[in-house]
Design a protein around this ligand. Structure first.
Ligand SMILES: [Zn+2]
Length: 303
């Protein structure tokens, strides 16, 4: 969807005009979003607000020949295209939401704009799964461990969601599937474990025999690499700007917390540790505290 928007007309001076394009074309519950903003004059800063979250924009490298063809209407020496990553939480009610933009041009004049964005419904199936009883009816010792895991995850993820490292963008270009295999279970599936509805699937499962190398989907910093009760051996990579990818049920960890990784680096070997019905890789995508559909992220072409 592409729509022009022009605001910031308080001053009689002609302000830079912003036009926004959003991918994917159909935004639904759980969608990751690429926001691109074109400005008619050079901007020196741009930030946004979306569903109460801060959006971090970066300037795209101006391409040779900018100002022709698709970008017709934009002057040749004003190539500013800015981009940002955002997302729609799975439990977002269907409706229209406002994306607010605030920027500054080279003269220090404030430029602002807004865009109404429609969020559609996602349709998810329900699956029944059988797992060991300890996963649905944990005993006291296990409950303690689950509580400890939760505390640890909360600390690690909170820091990555909003912490001091967050504004630093460590990812570059499109995200790549951690293993080349096909997916077995998608995002959002309602999961009934041993006859009891437990949760919606917060990630994407890939078929993977135990021992399959699992690769980092993009560059970042490992913020978690350890065994957890439900997740099994688990690796979480902070890509900056509140964006994380998480890899679960690994048979082996190949990285340590604190370590930087590049796209494609092996972070572990797939397995069936934790609450798994068999060997597979679970990939999760978390953006500022909400889980997004990894399948959509992997098809999103990012700058
Ligand atoms: Zn899964």
């Amino acid at each position: 969807m592409t729509a022009a928007l022009i605001l910031g007309l308080a001053s009689p001076v002609v302000c830079a005009q912003l036009s926004t394009s959003i991918l994917p074309a159909r935004l639904a519950q759980g969608s990751p979003i690429l926001i691109q903003v074109k400005a008619t004059a050079r901007l020196v800063a741009l930030s946004g607000e979306w569903m109460g979250k801060r959006i971090y924009f970066a300037e795209e490298n101006p391409k040779p020949g900018a100002g022709t063809g698709a970008s017709k209407g934009f002057s040749k020496n004003s190539p500013t295209i800015w981009f940002a990553f955002a997302g729609v939480a799975l439990d977002t009610p269907v409706g229209s939401y406002t994306l607010k933009l605030t920027g500054k041009d080279a003269k220090g004049t404030e430029v602002s704009g807004s865009e109404i964005v429609r969020v559609e419904a996602s349709h998810y199936t329900t699956v029944e799964l059988k797992v060991a009883k300890e996963f649905t009816q944990p005993d006291e010792t296990t409950q303690k461990r689950i509580a400890e895991d939760q505390k640890l995850k909360h600390e690690v993820f909170e820091r990555a969601d909003h912490g001091p490292d967050t504004p630093l963008r460590l990812w570059q270009g499109s995200f790549v599937a951690p293993i080349p295999n096909t997916a077995s279970d998608g995002f959002g599936t309602r999961r009934v474990f041993n006859g009891e509805l437990q949760s919606q699937h917060q990630g994407l499962d890939f078929h993977a025999a135990t021992g399959t190398p699992v690769h980092a989907a993009n560059g970042g910093k490992v913020v978690l690499a350890r065994s957890l009760f439900f997740e099994g051996n688990c690796v979480a990579i902070d890509h900056g700007e509140g964006l994380l990818t998480i890899y679960m049920h690994l048979s082996e960890l190949k990285v340590k917390a604190g370590q930087s990784v590049q796209l494609g680096e092996v972070v572990g070997l797939s397995g069936a540790t934790g609450r798994a019905t068999g060997p597979h890789l679970h990939m999760g995508v978390r953006w500022q505290g909400v889980y997004l559909d990894p399948a959509q992220l992997l098809t999103l072409k990012l700058p």
